[in-house]
Design a protein around this ligand. Structure first.
Ligand SMILES: [Zn+2]
Length: 161
């Protein structure tokens, strides 16, 4: 084989290799890159929204209260199945105060649900005037919770047995 023939054969081989490489490269979608070429954003855990934290707080309070009170604290007869707020749960400052939430039965909770404040005297009698008045003062304080405070509250409640 002459030199020129050898050279021609070599060039042909190189052309074929180049074509093969280009064909492969074009077949790979642009999105697929080596991991090192990918710009990976560090995954941040999605922060809990305030309303989600509040739901978790209600659940924790329920867990703690029902573990503590086995019988309805209002009628003292039926088994406790629901968290019963002495001062309505709409008063945020005392919503997760474990002194303001007791085990209640469905019947008592439903009966007093919409008119909870009408039962003030009854509640003061059952739970004591001092405690009731302290809770009521706290309820009216108008305290609002920051996200951080809600999370701190949740952390604290989760440690409660
Ligand atoms: Zn009851």
């Amino acid at each position: 084989m002459s030199y020129s023939e050898l050279k021609a054969a070599w060039n042909k081989k190189m052309e074929a290799r180049k074509a093969r490489k280009e064909k492969i490269a074009s077949a790979i979608p642009l999105a697929i890159k080596k991991p090192s070429q990918r710009k990976e954003k560090p995954k941040k855990p999605k922060p809990l929204s305030k309303s989600k934290i509040k739901r978790l707080l209600h659940a924790e309070v329920k867990r703690i209260v029902l573990a503590r009170d086995k019988t309805c604290r209002i009628c003292m007869k039926a088994p406790a199945t629901v968290p019963y707020h002495i001062i309505p749960r709409s008063f945020l400052p005392v919503t997760w105060d474990l002194r303001n939430v007791v085990g209640g039965c469905q019947g008592c909770n439903f009966a007093e649900h919409n008119n909870r404040l009408l039962y003030r005297d009854k509640h003061r009698f059952i739970f004591g005037e001092a405690l009731y008045d302290e809770l009521w003062a706290k309820a009216k304080s108008g305290k609002k919770f920051t996200r951080g405070e809600l999370l701190a509250e949740l952390e604290w409640l989760r440690k409660e047995k």
